[in-house]
Design a protein around this ligand. Structure first.
Ligand SMILES: *Cc1c(COP(=O)(O)O)cnc(C)c1O
Length: 395
C-alpha cells in the first residue's frame, strides 16, 4: 500500500499536463525569441498558454509574467512593491507571521535595507481579519502581503475583504496564492488583488514553473538581468514545455474545481473526525475555512518526526509541516503563530489529500495514525509522566 498524502508539498502531474508538454520537448523545441517560423510556433504556444492561464485568473495575458515557481514570484512581487513604495518615500510593509518563507525571508532582507515590517498576529483559528490589516496600515505603507491559503494548516484568508481595505487605503495588495490556485476560485478583479503568485507543481503541473500576476500599471522590478524576455521583466529563455504544462494543468483543475472541492472536503472531514477520536489531540486551523484537502493535527506527547517514520513504514507519505522546514528541529513557525506551545507544535502531522485519494485510503490513514500515535505514546517517558499525573496535559 502506498498512500500519497502530501499534496501541499507537491502534486503528481496530471496526464493532461504531461501529454500537453511532450510535443514541446521533441518537436516544437524552437526558441520563442527566434524570428524564423519554427521559433514563431514556439512563440505562439507561449502566448496561447499565457492567455489560457490569464482566463483562469480573470486577468489579461499581458499582466502575467512567468517565473521559476512560487518562491521567485513571491520575491519579485514584494521587491517590486517595495521599490515602487521607496520611490514615494513609503517604506512600510504589512504581512502576517505565518507566511511562506519565500515571503518572510524577503521581508527580513528588506528590513536590512531600511524597510519597516509589521507582521500581523494570527488568531488561534489560523485567520487574520481585514480589521487587523486596516489597523496596521500607516501613511507610509506601500504593500500588504497576505497569503490566500496557508500551506501548513490550510486556512483560507478573507482575501477579497483584505483587498478592499488595501484598495481604499491606496496600498498595493499581494497574495501568495500558491496553495489556492487550482483549488479555490480566483478572480483578481473582484478580489481586489494587485499582485498574485502561483506555482504549477501545486496543481498537478510541472515543477520549476510559476507565474506572477501584476495588475496593469504595477511596474515589476526585474530580479534576473539578461535578455528582454517577458517584456523585460524576467530574463532567460522561456521554459516552454513547463509553461504549456502549467496552462493545461490549471485549466483542468479550474474546470473541475467545484466538484473536486466537494468530494475532497467530504473525505477531509471524515479524516478529521477519525483523527479527532485520538485523545489529547487538536485540529490546527479553522475546521471550515480551510483548503479542501488539508488536515493538520497536533498530538500531545509525541514527536512529529517519529510519527512520520512510522507512517512511512506503512507506506504513507505525510509531513509534519512544510517541506521547506523539515530537516530543521525548530517547530513550525505557523503552529507557533497560532499559539501552539513548543512541546505541542513538535507533535504535528499534516495530511494533504487530493483528487486521487479514495475513501479506502482515508480509512487506512485513520487507522494507521491512531495505531502509530498509541504506539509512540506507549514508548514515551513524557507520555508516562502525563498519564501518572507528574505532568499536566495541555490539550
Ligand atoms: C510551495 C509554496 C511556495 C513555493 O513555491 P515553489 O514553486 O516551490 O517555489 C510558496 N508559497 C506557498 C504558500 C507554497 O505552498
Amino acid at each position: 500500500m502506498k498512500i500519497y498524502a502530501d499534496n501541499a508539498a507537491t502534486t503528481k502531474m496530471s496526464r493532461t499536463a504531461v501529454d500537453a508538454m511532450l510535443p514541446y520537448m521533441d518537436e516544437i523545441y524552437g526558441n520563442p525569441s527566434s524570428l524564423y517560423t519554427f521559433g514563431q510556433r514556439a512563440r505562439e504556444a507561449l502566448e496561447d498558454a499565457r492567455g489560457r492561464i490569464a482566463a483562469c485568473l480573470g486577468c489579461e495575458a499581458r499582466e502575467l509574467t512567468f517565473t521559476s515557481g512560487g518562491s521567485e514570484a513571491d520575491n519579485q512581487a514584494i521587491r517590486s512593491a517595495a521599490a515602487l513604495g521607496a520611490r514615494k518615500g513609503k517604506r512600510h510593509i504589512v504581512s502576517t507571521a505565518f507566511e511562506h518563507h519565500a515571503v518572510l525571508h524577503t521581508l527580513k532582507r528588506l528590513e536590512g535595507e531600511g524597510f519597516a515590517v509589521t507582521l500581523l498576529d494570527v488568531y488561534e483559528n489560523g485567520l487574520v481579519t481585514p480589521e487587523q490589516v486596516r489597523a496596521a496600515i500607516r501613511p507610509d505603507t506601500c504593500l500588504v502581503s497576505v497569503m490566500y491559503a496557508n500551506n501548513e494548516i490550510g486556512t483560507v484568508q478573507p482575501v477579497s475583504e483584505i483587498g478592499a481595505v488595501c484598495r481604499e487605503a491606496g496600498v498595493l495588495f499581494h497574495t501568495d496564492a500558491v496553495q489556492a490556485a487550482g483549488h479555490l476560485p480566483i478572480d483578481v478583479g473582484p478580489q481586489n488583488i494587485d499582485l498574485l503568485s502561483l506555482s504549477a507543481h501545486k496543481f498537478h503541473g510541472p515543477k520549476g514553473i510559476g507565474a506572477l500576476y501584476a495588475r496593469r500599471g504595477v511596474a515589476l522590478t526585474n530580479l534576473i538581468e539578461g535578455g528582454a524576455q517577458e517584456r523585460g521583466r524576467r530574463a532567460g529563455t522561456e521554459n516552454l514545455p513547463a509553461i504549456v504544462g502549467m496552462a493545461a494543468a490549471l485549466e483542468e483543475s479550474c474546470a473541475h474545481l467545484t466538484e473536486n472541492a466537494v468530494r475532497i472536503s467530504a473525505l477531509r472531514d471524515r479524516l478529521i473526525a477519525g483523527l479527532a477520536e485520538i485523545p489529547h489531540s487538536v485540529l490546527n486551523g479553522d475546521p471550515a475555512k480551510r483548503l479542501p484537502g488539508n488536515v493538520n493535527f497536533c498530538f500531545e506527547g509525541i514527536e512529529g518526526e517519529s510519527l512520520l517514520l512510522l507512517l512511512d513504514d506503512k507506506g504513507i507519505c505525510a509531513s509534519s509541516g512544510s517541506a521547506c522546514t523539515s530537516g530543521s528541529l525548530d517547530p513550525s513557525h505557523v503552529l507557533l503563530a497560532i499559539g501552539r506551545p513548543h512541546e505541542i507544535a513538535h507533535g504535528s502531522l499534516r495530511l494533504t489529500i487530493g483528487e486521487e485519494t479514495t475513501e479506502e485510503e482515508v480509512e487506512y490513514l485513520i487507522e494507521a495514525v491512531q495505531d502509530a500515535v498509541s504506539y509512540l505514546r506507549s514508548m514515551s517517558p513524557v507520555w508516562r509522566d502525563l498519564e501518572n499525573g507528574k505532568a499536566t496535559h495541555i490539550i
